[in-house]
Design a protein around this ligand. Structure first.
Ligand SMILES: NC(=O)c1ccc[n+]([C@@H]2O[C@H](COP(=O)([O-])OP(=O)(O)OC[C@H]3O[C@@H](n4cnc5c(N)ncnc54)[C@H](OP(=O)(O)O)[C@@H]3O)[C@@H](O)[C@H]2O)c1
Length: 272
């Protein structure tokens, strides 16, 4: 299905580039991918990187596309949708990855009954290791839901949700989450340096420990608490470290961080 689909991107920034790379790697024909990007320098960069069609005008990339990905900053979405609305076919699927722009807001700027899906990706999409949450408008056909899942699957894992109010929590957990874990990686490395390790070695140990631990949770399907207990021997080094983390309130700090991002996401969605 994906191979027979023409996909247009409005905005050729980081997220669009991640998706284009994923689509090409998945075997999509370059001729079926089009991008509109107003910045000439960015157009040149994209042209050097990807053998796809890159144009300056949003309206030029839309005709005959089965799916249009809105990949501009949230503040620009309304203007972009008004520009492309007159040239959209009634069954063209609109995927918006803009954070905080509601389905209702998207639908208001589009022709009535235009198929729309909201997507919240995250930056590991850049290496095909992202996770995207998909929120389809309730009337979206099974075929179009399937197409959206296939498009986003080129950037990693995909989950579909039905409740739009969850999108703020998803933004707070998986959308902003990579930054929390970059901070953990940095802090672990600092800990290693404090123990006398060279920085390069500490960096490598920290990042590989994060990757390996995440894969262990994912691939064994074991609860993190079970895996934690397995590496915590009585009176050993790990329990000494965990006791310190609990005293410092790390668990509560992470919960509060996700909640703070959730509150901020709700404020942004409300235009504050
Ligand atoms: N990055 C993330 O982790 C992440 C996660 C979840 C959701 N998102 C969402 O993904 C969207 C894109 O994010 P990004 O990180 O890819 O941003 P980005 O790198 O800034 O990309 C946006 C691109 O759109 C271009 N653009 C601006 N106005 C346009 C217009 N009127 N018509 C066509 N293109 C236009 C920009 O060009 P100029 O530079 O010339 O303005 C830029 O190249 C955002 O809405 C964001 O909320 C991002």
């Amino acid at each position: 299905m994906l191979h027979d689909t023409t996909i247009a991107f409005i905005g050729g920034g980081n997220m669009a580039a991640a998706m284009i790379q994923g689509l090409l790697t998945a075997g999509c024909a370059p001729a079926r991918i089009r991008v509109s990007e107003p910045d000439p320098q960015r157009r040149e960069t994209l042209t050097h990187r990807y053998p796809v069609t890159i144009m300056a005008e949003n309206q030029a990339v839309v005709p005959n596309a089965q799916a249009v990905v809105i990949a501009v900053k949230p503040g620009k979405v309304d203007g972009v949708l008004h520009t492309i609305a007159p040239v959209l076919a009634p069954d063209t699927l609109i995927l918006s990855i803009a954070a905080g722009v509601s389905l209702a807001q998207l639908q208001r700027a589009l022709p009535p009954n235009q198929p729309v899906i909201r997507v919240m990706p995250n930056t590991p999409a850049l290496i095909g290791a992202g996770i995207s949450a998909l929120l389809p408008m309730p009337t979206l056909s099974l075929e179009q839901r399937h197409l959206a899942r296939q498009i986003m699957a080129v950037t990693g894992d995909v989950v579909e949700v039905e409740d739009e109010s969850w999108l703020d929590g998803i933004t707070a957990l998986s959308g902003s989450g990579p930054a929390y874990l970059f901070l953990v990686a940095e802090a672990l490395s600092d800990g290693g340096v404090a123990c006398g390790l060279p920085r390069a070695l500490a960096d490598r140990l920290a990042v590989k420990t994060l990757i390996g631990s995440a894969r262990l949770i994912d691939e064994t399907g074991q609860h993190p608490a079970v895996l934690k207990n397995q590496v915590t021997s009585p009176g050993g080094t790990t329990i000494a470290a965990l006791a310190q983390l609990e005293t410092a309130g790390v668990r509560g700090a992470f919960m509060a961080a996700v909640r703070a991002a959730w509150i901020r996401s709700r404020e942004l969605s409300a235009g504050q």
